[in-house]
Design a protein around this ligand. Structure first.
Ligand code: SF4
Length: 355
């Protein structure tokens, strides 16, 4: 057990949270919750090469890039003398959909490793069948840290309120603004939250795009009800939360008149993206929307990424200035009418250069 401070009868611990994967989605809730419970939270630093290299040597070769990085962050926290590592087992965060199996297995993979780590707090969150499972998750935490159950519940709901407000404000600002900003090229970045917000992993793509004169829209800005409505026409419902977010937001953005291009960012070794990206690409081809597909791994370099982004933006701007759907290498018009395709959702039989 870790250090306990019994000043006013409250137990205080140092809890380590890896700054990786779901931290980028739920870090606000976790930090706020532990603070309310008078617990010190230590979040690992921003990802860097040392963290990535260390993680990559501790995990199986088949792991995707974000999981390798997660291991590196856990190793860094082990040196920070934390009492516990908070490694929740996130099975499902909504009804009828799951998180990725690799994320579900994180506590097991870390426990099975040879590295010496602080004890893990690994509550299971599984909301796939019923909202009441949140109670099991909270009880797991309360039991592991000897927290009062009622106070645990109150602190969680308080933290969830903070998170909801943060998300609402992001979405409101998106809905209040025009997609098309004069003088800027509107790019939608289709990726999982941890690829979008981890600047080392994504080679700082968001700042790069902004410096190159783009307005960048992210999936988290599109309200979940809008994403879900976009998916209601699928013959079979998607059962991966990340896939729903990705495909639902792309389908919405692709039909908006101001959207110029879409960048799909994936990790090498991602099982979910291996088929969701395919669905995204087929839809974009049908709609005649230009896209660029980038797959990141630990060997990705900034120079290669810059070149691809510059070429993509050049093509988008050239296309816009020529008012053409797309242009062949010999300069003649080959496509169908973009406006009609976007407005009606009708198929576009031509292929696009941007792939
Ligand atoms: S969703 Fe893909 S990138 Fe994310 S952890 Fe799972 S396999 Fe890795």
């Amino acid at each position: 057990m870790g250090e306990k401070t019994e000043g006013d009868g409250i137990l205080k611990y140092r809890i380590g949270i890896p700054r990786a994967v779901m931290y980028y989605q739920f870090g606000t809730i976790w930090k706020s919750f532990f603070h309310t419970m008078d617990t010190e939270v230590i979040v690992s630093g921003e990802t860097n090469k040392k963290i990535l290299d260390e993680g990559a040597t501790r995990v199986v070769d088949e792991a995707c890039l974000p999981v390798k990085v997660y291991f590196g962050h856990a190793m860094q926290l082990a040196r920070e003398e934390v009492d516990f590592l908070f490694i929740p087992r996130l099975v499902s965060i909504e009804k009828k959909a799951f998180i990725c199996p690799k994320l579900m297995g994180l506590p097991d993979m870390l426990s099975a490793g040879k590295s010496s780590l602080p004890p893990l707090i690994k509550p299971t969150l599984n909301l796939v069948k019923s909202e009441s499972r949140l109670e099991d998750f909270l009880q797991d935490i309360a039991k592991s840290l000897s927290f009062d159950k009622k106070k645990t519940r109150q602190a969680w709901h308080l933290a969830q309120g903070v998170y909801n407000k943060e998300m609402e404000s992001k979405r409101r600002s998106f809905l209040e603004n025009q997609i098309d900003c004069p003088g800027l090229t509107t790019i939608f970045l289709a990726a999982h939250p941890y690829l979008i917000h981890d600047r080392f992993l994504n080679l700082n793509i968001v700042d790069k795009l902004k410096k190159m004169g783009c307005r960048v829209i992210l999936p988290e800005e599109i309200p979940p009800e809008v994403q879900n409505a976009e998916l209601s026409c699928l013959r079979k419902p998607l059962f991966w939360s990340f896939g729903k977010m990705q495909l639902g937001s792309v389908r919405f953005i692709a039909r908006q008149p101001g959207a110029k291009g879409i960048i799909i960012l994936s990790s090498f070794g991602c099982g979910i993206d291996s088929f969701i990206d395919n669905m995204v690409v087929r839809y974009l081809k049908k709609m005649g929307v230009p896209y660029l597909n980038i797959i990141l791994d630990e060997h990705s370099g900034a120079a290669g990424l810059d070149t691809r982004i510059e070429a993509f933006l050049d093509m988008l701007r050239w296309k816009e200035s020529k008012d053409e759907d797309y242009v062949s290498t010999y300069g003649s018009y080959l496509g169908c009418d973009e406006g009609t395709a976007r407005a009606s959702g009708a198929g576009c039989s031509s292929t696009t250069l941007f792939q």
